[in-house]
Design a protein around this ligand. Structure first.
Ligand code: SF4
Length: 198
């Protein structure tokens, strides 16, 4: 499968997830706090290469892939995601500099669930939402466990990525490493004339 086709398939998964999250948020009324960037201010976010192939492809099309790759080679293990743009670190404020091409983990966090040890869905979310919107969070937790409210299942979305490219989807690594490898794949592919170098 060509890079272009893989990117298109990953984007279809993201579109489906976006629709499910929108429906979930509309019913639960849970949302991120405007301007909050706390979940990106962590050096230990893990991701797969495939979920960042759309970002790498977009950078290649913009003619920025080499430049961003070079910048990322300077990053250390304790650095936050290269695309995080801090506004006020003390107040945990900031934003994603590549929101439209963010990865699956970035999309799932806050508004998806995994199964707990009893097989019941448990929200993958943050303290800011749990404590700041406590009443809505408690009601949502009850509603998803009683199956009154549908919530995106994180494992199902990872499975969809596995079916596009298992090798690039299954290995989890630090987010900056995943983005760098995605850039390497795209740059190598097009340097050999892939899809006649779009
Ligand atoms: S890609 Fe964007 S949303 Fe994801 S961790 Fe980086 S800055 Fe945050």
């Amino acid at each position: 499968m060509s890079i272009k086709q893989k990117v298109s398939e990953v984007n279809q998964v993201f579109d489906q997830l976006g629709a499910e999250i929108a429906a979930f948020q509309s019913t639960s009324q849970l949302s991120c706090v405007a301007g909050c960037g706390k979940c990106c201010q962590k050096p230990d976010i893990n991701a797969s290469v495939l979920e960042f192939l759309p970002l790498a492809y977009a950078l290649y099309q913009e003619g920025r892939a080499d430049e961003v790759y070079d910048e990322m080679t300077q990053l250390g293990a304790d650095d936050f995601c290269h695309f995080f743009r801090p506004v006020n670190k003390e107040a945990n404020q900031g934003y994603c500099g590549s929101y439209q091409q963010r990865g699956l983990i970035c999309r799932l966090f806050g508004f998806s669930a995994r199964k707990d040890k009893n097989g019941l869905p448990t929200m993958i979310t943050c303290k800011v939402i749990k404590e700041g919107q406590a009443e809505k969070y408690q009601e949502t937790d009850r509603a998803i466990k009683s199956k009154e409210l549908a919530i995106p299942n994180s494992a199902e979305f990872y499975m969809q990525l596995y079916s596009i490219d298992f090798a690039l989807a299954q290995e989890q690594m630090p987010i900056n490493e995943a983005i760098k490898r995605a850039l390497e794949i795209v740059l190598t592919y097009y340097s050999y004339g892939g899809e006649e170098a779009v």
